[in-house]
Design a protein around this ligand. Structure first.
Ligand code: GKR
Ligand code: MG
Length: 425
């Protein structure tokens, strides 16, 4: 079998006005969809965060792998690595590197192809499942009213249930609790994460305490201010939330600061910002900067690389959770296969999917049952892409005019002069 063709489709998915440390989500979140077609006519799919820089890199890589054998992933990666340029994660909550994402897109699409070719699910190509259900966490955001997409800051008048609730504003503890109740009752999530770094820390402490009060001690809670606090602020917040948080995610920037906070707190620290590559791991281990690392096959360079990270975590006694950005069902399926093949005890994985639910490009979106995705058992990723829907999401992309994520610019539309600060409080 050879890779005969490759199609890269940028898409834009309606995304509500969610707030974070870097500003505000745009009305659309960008993704890149890759389809690899084999010479015997099988399609393999991958999905990664969209940006023009990544699209250009992916197109270059795709050209190089045409004619390659998808079973020979090491050779395919060697071809890609010859092209790869040094790039940087950046200070934003999301990861700006192009080439790790390129590797991931191509690897996932190859695995989907291979699974379909041999009639086995991707999880089996990764060594087989250690769990059949993959639990996810509710991912709460402070937000302005509105549903995103064509509805901008308006509510979507046709929405009901969670889709109606997700257009509500949530700007204080009561709003966050209401959002959590709507999301958890719809999906059945049994853990909750709040995206912080938006309001002065004491307001976010109040939101966490309100969640604890509303949900009780059996529902683990996490707070993630995306590294926008000073060390002293993080220590003070961590002490106020002692016994309330399952973990505190990226309270400060960089491993040295994380280690300084970790020394003062009993609550474990987690990261998807301070330790994000294999080159970062020795520093993380030596400094004991994080107790938990969030894997993410999109930016750790693929599924096999993420299993490599899982092994390092096992060897060094680090916990493992999973990071997410706004995404569609191809990514969700890949996350589920990866989590199912990961032998570590996993924290409930992050997913932004509820914010995109109902807008997927899958013919049959993967359902959540009691907060979990049941591992698809069909060949490959176990999904079918609806090409009409893909074309619509591509049209959104052409219409919306966005080519890179920039939450600061979106915030400036509401608050002229607002600036992202790497450390704010
Ligand atoms: O979508 O605003 C967002 C998040 O802040 C996202 O970009 C982060 O990468 O979810 C992420 C995180 O855990 O840091
Ligand atoms: Mg995070």
């Amino acid at each position: 079998m050879r890779i005969a063709d490759c199609h890269i489709t940028p898409v834009a998915i309606p995304d509500p006005p969610l707030l974070n440390a870097a500003g505000l989500h745009a009305p659309y979140a960008l993704r890149l969809i890759i389809e690899l077609v084999s010479d015997d006519g099988i399609s393999g799919w991958g999905e990664i965060p969209g940006s023009e820089t990544t699209r250009v890199a992916l197109a270059q890589a795709a050209e190089r792998i045409i004619g390659g054998d998808p079973w020979q992933l090491n050779a395919i990666f060697a071809r890609i690595d010859k092209l790869a340029q040094p790039d940087e994660r950046g200070a934003t909550p999301w990861d700006n590197r192009a080439w790790v994402h390129v590797r991931s897109a191509i690897e996932v699409a190859c695995y989907d192809l291979l699974g379909k070719a041999v009639g086995r699910p991707v999880v089996d190509l990764l060594g087989g499942a250690v769990r059949e259900r993959v639990p996810f966490a509710a991912y709460l955001f402070y937000k302005r009213a509105g549903a995103g997409g064509e509805f901008g800051f308006e509510r979507d008048p046709s929405a009901t249930g969670w889709r109606a609730a997700r257009a509500e504003a949530a700007l204080d503890p009561a709003g966050i609790v209401a959002q959590a109740q709507a999301m958890c009752s719809h999906y059945g999530f049994r853990s909750i994460k709040l995206k912080g770094g938006v309001f002065p820390p004491d307001e976010e402490v109040a939101a966490m305490l309100a969640l604890r009060e509303a949900f009780g001690a059996d529902i683990p809670l996490r707070l993630d201010p995306n590294a926008i606090w000073r060390v002293d602020t993080a220590i003070a917040v961590g002490k106020k939330l002692l016994g309330v948080l399952e973990y505190l995610e990226d309270p400060v920037r960089g491993q040295v600061n994380m280690a300084a906070v970790a020394r003062e707190l009993e609550t474990p620290l987690a990261t998807n910002m301070c330790t994000t590559s294999f080159a970062d791991l020795p520093g993380s281990i030596q400094r004991a900067s994080e107790a938990i690392i969030l894997s993410d096959h999109h930016f750790w360079g693929g599924l096999r690389a993420s299993l490599g990270l899982a092994r390092v975590c096992r060897v060094f006694g680090r916990g493992l959770s999973m990071h997410s950005n706004s995404h569609l069902g191809i990514s969700l399926a890949a996350m589920a296969h990866l989590a199912a093949a990961t032998p570590n005890d996993l924290y409930d994985c992050d997913t932004h999917y509820p914010w995109q639910d109902g807008q997927d490009l899958l013919a049959k979106p993967l359902p959540f049952e009691d907060g979990s995705i049941m591992l698809p058992r069909e060949p490959g990723l176990g999904i079918e892409v609806d090409r009409e829907r893909l074309a619509q999401l591509h049209q959104n992309y052409l219409n919306c005019g966005l080519t890179e994520r920039n939450d600061e610019i979106e915030m400036q539309k509401l608050k002229p002069g607002w600036e992202f600060q790497a450390t704010r409080w």
